[in-house]
Design a protein around this ligand. Structure first.
Ligand code: ARG
Length: 457
């Protein structure tokens, strides 16, 4: 018999029953569903709606249902529509008619969002730990290879030399913002919807403040209609994950390029590459390609829920059940993706020689312009003069640092023999000592700031 079967004298169409069911994916809420039910039962008892004996019977029964889920012995029935009805059905089998008192004043509408918030709270805490480990791997990588200088790119063209560590740390800060956003979302998640009833609140005197404290929430939702129809927390987590996915994808893309034969700046640990079934020489960066690819589904899951929500009328409508599969898919994806990416970073082997030889002295053209600036030339003019020197070197088929002094001086008399000292990437990097720059002191300060952020929590 359906829990809502009273008004029905026919069975629901069998295919419709399957279409309607969410148990195949919401079963994973069993633990938080039971946790919420325990609190609700206590609330009912405090409101004088359950005797001590009845409360104890319910709590014991709920424990037993939990035990069955935990040990994989819970037997799902075809009539179990979702996790809420499955738990209640089984509770009734175990403790008898008193089970029918548990749902007093409660609706699955406030129950399901309470479950989701409890579930998310825990998932996000775990995810935060995983992101933190990724950040730690980045800091360690940056610290270990502080000496390495490589070409920095804009438009994927060599731009200016930078420290490898500086590049590595750029991702630390992206993931730091992700973690800040996560903490911010968690604050809004930690508001209790239970007690909102179906849409209008409940009339039985269950103290919502008690429930909030009992379940570790920071407050109660201020409007019951909003509480049951609100999926912002799910949306925020999906949006958060999509942004993180984009960051992870960009790191993956850089590394795929840097690990290619053409760049050769890093080697990937064989634990994170795979071979080709046809070409014996291949070691493909699959871990990184999947990281890049999975950002697509993270974005897709966000878009799915946005589209589901946009036309839904106030309060609960069954459309809202469609929030779960994208959410669980995103969480599952991240719980694998982040540790794999962390492993890739932890085992990266940078190749100093390849970085050095790749570095074109033309990346020091800005430094040459700065040289002229220090000799009194306005920057715009210096930029133009150096541009002409670059063109002249190109015309002669020489790298910029081999253009003879007389050729430089033919372009500007401000050039002197000491100009060649500019062609030293290490020096150029060290000159960029502004806060947040790529000089070793600035990068060391970043590492310290990063360590500070990690230690603060
Ligand atoms: N399985 C439902 C969901 O996930 C639970 C809420 C059902 N509420 C209802 N009135 N049918 O959204």
């Amino acid at each position: 018999m359906k829990l809502w079967g009273g008004r029905y004298d026919v069975d629901v169409d069998e295919l419709m029953e399957r279409f309607n069911a969410s148990l195949p994916f919401d079963y994973r809420l069993w633990e938080v569903d039971i946790e919420g039910s325990r609190a609700w039962a206590e609330g009912l008892h405090r409101a004088g709606l359950l005797t001590v004996e009845e409360l104890e019977a319910l709590l014991r029964g709920l424990d037993q249902v939990a035990e069955e889920w935990r040990t994989g012995r819970f037997e799902v029935q075809p009539s179990d529509e979702d996790i809420h009805t499955a738990v209640e059905r089984r509770l009734h089998e175990l403790v008898g008619d008193v089970a029918g008192k548990l749902h007093t004043g409660r609706s699955r509408n406030d129950q399901v969002v309470t479950d989701e918030r409890l579930y998310l709270r825990e998932s996000l805490d775990r995810l935060d730990g995983l992101l933190r480990a990724l950040q730690e791997a980045l800091v360690e990588q940056a610290e270990r290879h502080l000496d390495l200088v490589m070409p920095g790119y804009t438009h994927l063209q060599q731009a200016q030399p930078i420290r490898y560590s500086h590049w590595v740390l750029s991702f630390f800060w992206m993931f730091q913002r992700d973690r800040e956003r996560l903490a911010d979302a968690r604050r809004r998640i930690n508001i209790l919807p239970l007690g909102a009833g179906a849409l209008a609140g409940h009339s039985l005197g269950v103290d919502r403040r008690f429930l909030a404290t009992r379940l570790g929430f920071d407050g109660v939702s201020p409007n019951s209609l909003d509480a049951v129809g609100d999926r912002d927390v799910v949306l925020e987590v999906l949006a958060w994950a999509a942004i993180f996915g984009v960051h992870a994808s960009r790191l993956a893309e850089d590394l795929i390029l840097y690990a290619s034969r053409e760049f050769g700046f890093v080697r990937l640990d064989p634990r994170y590459t795979t071979g080709s079934s046809l070409m014996p020489q291949k070691a493909n960066p699959d871990a990184l390609e999947l990281t890049r690819g999975k950002s697509g589904r993270l974005i897709g899951n966000l878009v799915t829920l946005l589209v589901v929500l946009k036309g839904v009328p106030s309060a609960y409508n069954k459309d809202l059940q469609e929030d779960k599969e994208p959410l669980f898919d995103t969480l599952d994806t991240l719980h694998m993706l982040v540790p794999v990416l962390t492993g890739v970073v932890r085992t990266l082997q940078p190749q100093p020689e390849r970085m050095r030889t790749a570095l074109d002295t033309a990346t020091l053209a800005t430094d040459l312009a700065d040289y002229l600036v220090r000799r009194g030339m306005p920057f715009r003019q210096a930029h133009h003069v150096v541009g002409r020197a670059v063109a002249e070197a190109e015309r002669r088929g020489l790298p910029l640092h081999q253009l003879p002094l007389d050729a430089f001086q033919a372009i500007s008399p401000l050039f002197d023999a000491d100009l060649y000292r500019v062609f030293d990437a290490e020096r150029a990097v060290e000159a960029r000592s502004s806060e947040g720059g790529t000089a070793s002191a600035a990068v060391r300060a970043q590492i310290e700031a990063a360590r500070h952020v990690l230690a603060e929590e």
